[in-house]
Design a protein around this ligand. Structure first.
Ligand code: NAP
Length: 301
């Protein structure tokens, strides 16, 4: 079997590529960076430049499933022009894939795309299922809502669509975790605000396994991609500190301070989303890292 992955060179993508190869699935991937193009028997890179509607259509040859992970990082300062890039990198790239498939004879039957729990509004009380109708009306919520709407257009081509609403990905190789860990390791860790906001996290290995599970079981629809036990920011911070034999002595960092430093993107540190993973569990998926303690044991051995 062969899959095409967009964003394969990123944090989640690299983990998925590893699992694909373990399962003897060949990988074609699209990259915007010509230096990242590799060509081996089971890992073949193709260049694309979505902004200019450039895509090498050879990438679709013999591909049955597309795993879509492309997107400019949300963890950079949200200037007006960068906000546009966050949105457009997701929407335009999807349009380019859609338009290319329309004019190519292809074998694609399933698209599995990243989405994000940022689609759900900030709430201390709500427990979000995939069917929850509430939508965040801020910048991030709007981006994710438009992103999902665009991805669903693959259905008009008779292609099944799965959307994985990803939570805070924990990996020692990148993303938020090394940035959360560092100040704690240096003895200057602190919670954000009162630390009571929910953080729905997932270990990167479980996330990659979930993509493969959805692929192999041919599941379509929306799935929350979070571990079964979300924690408060305080619990996450204290758990990391305990594993590192450090103490959290500083008071919570006030929201206003982070807003001054980071601008609008400070929301990422304070948003509270308690998200439920029952749907994927009931489909038979088993988490290796179901609670934060086991995840941290693997990340901070
Ligand atoms: N990590 C998380 O905690 C998290 C949480 C929720 C949702 N997600 C979503 O999951 C997806 C993958 O996340 P990740 O952490 O693996 O991201 P990542 O490490 O930043 O990788 C994303 C990849 O997308 C491509 N890309 C970046 N900017 C682009 C642009 N402006 N135009 C076209 N391509 C671009 C890059 O590939 P090339 O350089 O090869 O082109 C990059 O390797 C993203 O869409 C992200 O929003 C992640």
């Amino acid at each position: 079997m062969k899959v095409l992955i967009t964003g394969a060179t990123g944090l989640i993508g690299q983990e998925i590529v590893k699992l694909c190869h373990q399962s003897k699935i060949d990988v074609n991937y699209l990259t915007t960076n010509k230096d990242k193009i590799k060509s081996t028997s089971n890992y073949q890179g193709f260049y694309w430049d979505p902004k200019n509607y450039i895509l090498d259509e050879n990438c679709f040859l013999d591909v049955e499933v597309i795993i879509n992970l492309v997107g400019a990082s949300v963890a950079k300062r949200w200037t007006p022009s960068y906000k546009e890039e966050i949105l457009e990198s997701r929407i335009i790239s999807t349009h380019v894939l859609l338009e290319s498939l329309k004019k190519t004879k292809h074998t694609v039957r399933h698209v599995i795309s990243a989405s994000a729990i940022g689609i759900y509004p900030d709430s201390f009380q709500n427990y979000y299922m995939e069917s929850s109708p509430e939508r965040d009306i801020g910048f991030l919520g709007n981006v994710v809502t438009k992103w999902e709407e665009t991805i669903l257009q693959f259905e008009t081509l008779g292609i099944g669509v799965s959307l994985l609403r990803i939570g805070l990905v924990l990996s020692e190789k990148g993303g938020a975790f090394p940035k959360i860990k560092k100040p704690i390791q240096l003895g200057v860790g602190a919670v954000f605000g009162n630390g009571k906001h929910w953080q729905s996290w997932i270990h990167v290995t479980d996330l990659a396994r979930m993509f493969l599970y959805v692929l192999e079981e041919e599941l379509t629809g929306v799935f929350n991609a979070v571990a079964p036990n979300p924690v408060s920011n305080q619990k996450l911070t204290n758990s990391i500190a305990n594993k590192l034999n450090k103490k959290i002595v500083l008071p919570g960092v006030p929201r206003l301070i982070m807003k001054l430093f980071l601008g609008e993107m400070h929301i990422l540190l304070f948003a509270s989303q308690r998200v439920c993973s029952d749907k994927i569990s009931k489909s038979g998926f088993e988490f290796t890292y179901g609670n934060i303690s086991s995840a941290l044991d693997s990340l901070l051995p």
